[in-house]
Write a protein that binds this ligand. Structure first.
Ligand code: AMP
Length: 211
């Protein structure tokens, strides 16, 4: 049995057509279902539904053989124990620094001000500001990052930006790009060796589907 870990939301919406092209069709409507383990049309392949942040963990420990995870989540996790053989080029967006309109970010950086930055992406933010030599106090949030600069919790946020609509609707502007993000196929390293005969055809089909 091969388990593929997926998270609901954008990744699932954009992964299902890819999986279907690779011959893996969920046996029920995932939007309506509350089941966390879903059989598929492909014998010996099932889907398991986990939180986006948990996909790399399930695959690292072999509770799932394969997974589809945003490169943002992989960066936070560190990627240990997993191969990343394929950029699926779906769920694309950018990890960016954003501030309240009117806040002079460039000036604050030039002056060496100590910035308070709220984010879910501590690892990526830490590396980014360290590389720039900017002193920051990072505040961990789990969602609605856009609220932080509006309520005085932070000077800036680090968050995913796709269309930019969420930033605009909240009077924020993006001031710096940290990384281009897309979803990656990940594979448990031990499973790749021990279940190669089952995993390789699936990988090949996904490579063809993602072209
Ligand atoms: P947008 O308004 O299109 O710029 O989207 C921004 C909101 O959607 C933010 O709350 C982001 O955290 C979230 N978001 C954007 N792209 C992604 C993605 N690829 N995966 C997960 N969340 C995303």
């Amino acid at each position: 049995m091969i388990s593929i870990a997926l998270s609901k939301g954008r990744i699932l919406d954009e992964s299902l057509p890819l999986l279907e092209s690779a011959g893996v069709v969920a046996s029920e409507n995932l939007d309506a279902s509350r089941k966390l383990i879903i059989a598929t049309s492909r014998a010996g392949v099932r889907l398991i539904i986990v939180r986006a942040t948990d996909v790399p963990t399930y695959v690292q420990y072999g509770a799932a053989d394969l997974g589809i995870a945003g490169s943002d989540m992989l960066a936070e996790h560190g990627g240990s124990g997993v191969y990343q053989p394929l950029d699926l080029r779906i769920a694309r967006c950018r990890l960016m620094v954003a501030v309240r309109k009117g806040f002079d970010y460039a000036q604050a950086v030039r002056q060496g001000a100590r910035l308070r930055v709220a984010t879910k992406y501590l690892q990526a933010a830490r590396e980014h500001f360290a590389a720039k030599g900017v002193h920051v106090d990072l505040i961990k949030l789990y969602g609605s990052m856009e609220l932080a600069p509006l309520t005085g919790l932070a000077d800036a946020i680090v968050d995913l930006v796709s269309t930019g609509n969420t930033l605009r609707a909240n009077g924020l502007v993006a001031v710096e790009e940290i990384a281009q993000i897309s979803a990656r196929l990940i594979v448990n390293q031990a499973a790749y060796k021990l279940k190669r005969a089952e995993i390789q055809p699936l990988l090949d089909a996904l490579v063809r589907a993602a072209r």
